[in-house]
Design a protein around this ligand. Structure first.
Ligand code: FES
Ligand code: FE2
Length: 410
């Protein structure tokens, strides 16, 4: 459980809050590349960390992320004209470049220097893996983009989806570290007998703090003294690196990131990569659950289109797809769950470890404005030891089998 004060500390992310300031010290995914596919294409709205923004790709291909409301008198730049290396407001024609410079104020007298004295809200962006990342923190503290293994994988070997989760980011993020739910929430069976009459394969849990976050490890004894090991990582500020079936074969893993749109809604980005491309990419199951507006088809309002007959017979939830099952589990807690009312058990060890780590991190940040995981020196900008895997090892000592997983920094 968490006290109401600690719960507020972790879940509030406006610019003036400690967690909001912490989020703003990292590069975070803001939108998908596919939303601004070509130079001078229509701008799109982006709600991020409680701010209303507009993204556009200018004539030279750069992606700008501007405050939505025009600096003149506040008209939405979403309706603006994207032309000749800038976004022009439709009310009186003020024009902005991707850096927030005011290029033109045509209604002002000739020779006016008014525009040169103005700077509109604009955040730097960079594109990796089909996502546009943004940095919303102080300019002079902009960190280099972190080097994970997946950041160097060619985009053709990656896939990504985005959708809105209708609750606070921490509920989504905690769901990623909660391995115990896999046996229940995502359970399907060939028939009713198998659905209700199974013995869960509960793992032992281990966690390990690193410089980038927390590694959590599910360990299950197997025949002949062997051990099944599943390793996932919580990576600051709000990602989980986790193996899907790709991890079994060493092919790659997924990165699920939960970035607040505001404190009651969250953008969930699910990114995956394949180290090798032996065949064509498989279709991404999540895609057909998400509409063109990046909202799920199945929501709280339609009870996730739950099928009670399916639930009675072969599917634990009667709700189609992992994405909807996860969303139902986390959204129905309420927009911000009261963590003082929980009763955490042994299977919640990873959830507890991540909360502890986040609390320690944000409290240290509050006290000293520093973060262990900050990288300012490009020479130390490597997080390739952040990893996710699923393997069977001889013996039970996963630390001995995978020494790189115990490193704070290689
Ligand atoms: S409100 Fe945008 S130019 Fe006047
Ligand atoms: Fe899940």
């Amino acid at each position: 459980m968490l006290s109401p004060e600690d719960n507020a500390l972790l879940t509030q992310t406006d610019a003036v809050t400690p967690m909001g300031r912490l989020f703003r010290r990292y590069w975070v995914p803001a939108l998908l590349t596919e939303e601004v596919p070509a130079p001078d294409c229509p701008p799109v709205k982006v709600r991020l960390l409680g701010e209303d923004l507009v993204a556009f790709r200018d004539t030279s291909g750069r992606v700008g992320l501007l405050g939505e409301h025009c600096a003149h008198r506040g008209t939405s730049l979403f309706y603006g004209r994207n032309e000749e290396c800038g976004l022009r407001c439709i009310y009186h024609g003020w024009k902005y470049d991707v850096e927030g410079n005011v290029l033109d104020t045509p209604a002002e007298p000739a020779g006016s220097t008014f525009a040169q004295r103005l700077r509109h809200t604009a955040y730097p962006t960079t594109e990796v893996g089909g996502m546009v990342f943004a940095y919303l923190g102080p300019r002079e503290r902009t960190p280099p983009f972190p080097e994970y293994e997946w950041t160097s994988i060619p985009t053709e070997q990656t896939y990504v989806t985005k959708c809105l989760l209708e609750c606070n980011y921490l509920q989504g993020l905690e769901g990623e570290s909660d391995n115990a739910h896999l046996e229940y929430l995502h359970r399907t069976a060939p028939n009713r007998e198998a659905l209700i009459g199974w013995a869960p394969d509960n793992p032992d849990w281990d966690t390990e703090e690193t410089d980038f976050g927390v590694r959590y490890v599910a360990v299950r004894p197997r025949e002949g003294g062997r051990t099944d090991v599943r390793v996932k990582s919580f990576v600051l500020p709000a990602s989980a690196f986790l193996g899907v079936n790709l991890a079994n074969k060493g092919e790659g893993y997924e990165v699920h990131t939960y970035i607040p749109a505001d404190d009651h809604t969250t953008w969930r980005f699910d990114f995956g990569f394949r180290r090798f491309m032996p065949d064509a990419p498989r279709p991404v199951h999540r895609r057909k659950q998400i509409g063109p507006d990046y909202r799920r088809v199945r929501t709280m309002r339609n009870h996730y289109l739950q099928d009670r007959e399916l639930q009675r017979t072969v599917d634990f939830t009667g709700i189609e797809d992992f994405l909807n099952e996860d969303s139902c589990a986390t959204e129905t807690m309420g927009p911000i769950v009261d963590r003082a009312r929980e009763h955490l058990g042994m299977s919640d060890r990873a959830v507890i470890a991540i909360r502890r780590y986040l609390l320690d991190t944000v409290q240290a940040f509050q006290a000293g404005d520093t973060l262990d995981s900050f990288v300012t020196d490009p020479a130390h900008n490597s997080f390739r030891h952040a990893d996710a895997l699923h393997a069977e090892i001889d013996g039970a000592d996963w630390r001995a089998a995978f020494p790189h997983l115990t490193l704070r920094r290689p």
